[in-house]
Design a protein around this ligand. Structure first.
Ligand code: DX5
Ligand code: ZN
Length: 348
């Protein structure tokens, strides 16, 4: 997976529709972060594309997430088809019949996928307010929906992208703002500077003779550059995949604490890291969390961590009183004079 924070969702709208399996495999090889599939019903927009059967067909061709962008008037009666097809997220437009919006969002969430709402360029973000808490994605359209290859609307991006984040405060770790329409090497730095998470890139990737991989990398890098200089005090953005240490605990306590943290939606990696050896001969486990949610983890679990550390101290004392101290477990060759290990060894 790419470093940095911006992610590119490859739109297959302008790929060769007679050979979608190839298009998907090619884009994955070229470094796409995920796929964006534009469903159009010739009613909500003046164009017709594909439906759940096509998505079902490409699903087994890639491991990457598939985001569906439904530009359709009636998502509700068809929503099961898109969920069954294996979409990881389904985003539809807030401009449809209002009676369908809430039940459709609820169905998507009930299926364990990310629900999203999209806004056309002329629709104000306030249209999303009534549904706050029911969606995890805000898709800001920077062209009129319907066709690839249109010109990027900078004023729309400027007005909505930062503000869209405010609508996702219930989902600090996994809420996403997507920008869709006219995103390319000219506009990437600007939208990155507004903190957009997902850049939907379509037509420019499918131009004959274009080096797709280089284009994806360029858009991503420019978006991160924009973020670094406009929102992040000139510091490079935290790579989403970087993990930082949250706590070090004896294994049994580490596993219990990990369960509590993960129950709140924050992923944890337990590693036998650099911590002290315990009297049972097993080294403390490092609990790692994504750097992008380190502050949130601290806020939610900082107090519990102190409690766990105290419990670890008490456990060590009890263990020593009952069993003494075992020599440290050695799973890999240790350096000859390892000063770090001696502290945990039985005295004498
Ligand atoms: C337009 C679609 C977009 C389209 C973007 O209605 O929603 O996803 O594929 O294509 P480009 O990048 O060419 O604007
Ligand atoms: Zn789209």
């Amino acid at each position: 997976m790419a470093g940095g924070r911006a992610r590119v969702a490859v739109s297959i709208l302008d790929a060769d529709h007679s050979n979608m399996a190839y298009a998907i495999q090619r884009a994955e090889k070229e470094g796409a972060d995920r796929f964006h599939v534009d469903v159009m019903d010739a009613h909500f927009v003046p164009n017709l594309t594909f439906g759940p059967k096509m998505i079902q067909g490409i699903r087994p061709r890639t491991q990457l997430p598939i985001d569906a962008h439904l530009m359709v008037s009636d998502p509700l009666p068809f929503i099961d088809g898109y969920l069954d097809a294996g979409c990881d997220s389904v985003t539809f437009h807030v401009e449809i019949d209002p009676a369908q919006v809430e039940p459709t969002l609820r169905k998507i969430r009930a299926a364990g996928r990310a629900p999203g709402l999209a806004v056309k360029p002329k629709t104000p973000l306030s249209a999303l307010e009534p549904y706050r808490g029911l969606f995890d994605i805000v898709l800001v359209m920077t062209v009129e929906p319907g066709f690839g290859g249109q010109e990027f609307m900078k004023d729309v991006a400027a007005e909505k992208i930062l503000a869209a984040r405010e609508l996702l405060t219930h989902a600090p770790a996994d809420g996403e703002v997507h920008v869709d329409g006219g995103v390319n090497r000219e506009s990437a730095e600007f939208v990155g500077g507004l903190g957009v998470d997902i850049l939907v890139v379509g037509s420019v990737l499918w131009i004959k003779g274009r080096n797709m991989g280089r284009e994806i990398r360029l858009v991503r890098a420019l978006a991160d550059e924009g973020y670094q200089y406009r929102l992040n005090d000139g510091k490079p953005p935290i790579p989403r995949d970087a993990m930082v240490q949250f706590s070090q605990l004896p294994k049994h306590l580490a596993m219990r604490f990990m369960g509590e943290i993960e129950a709140g939606g924050i992923p944890v990696i337990p590693l036998r890291g650099s911590g002290q050896f315990n009297p049972d001969g097993v080294r403390d486990y490092d609990l790692l969390v994504p750097a992008s949610v380190a502050a949130l983890t601290e806020e939610r679990h900082g107090v519990a961590r102190d409690r766990y550390l105290a419990e670890a101290g008490a456990w060590r004392e009890r263990y020593i009183a009952e069993f003494g101290i075992k020599p440290p477990e050695t799973t890999r060759p240790q350096p000859r004079s390892s000063a770090t290990r001696t502290g945990a060894r039985p005295a004498g």
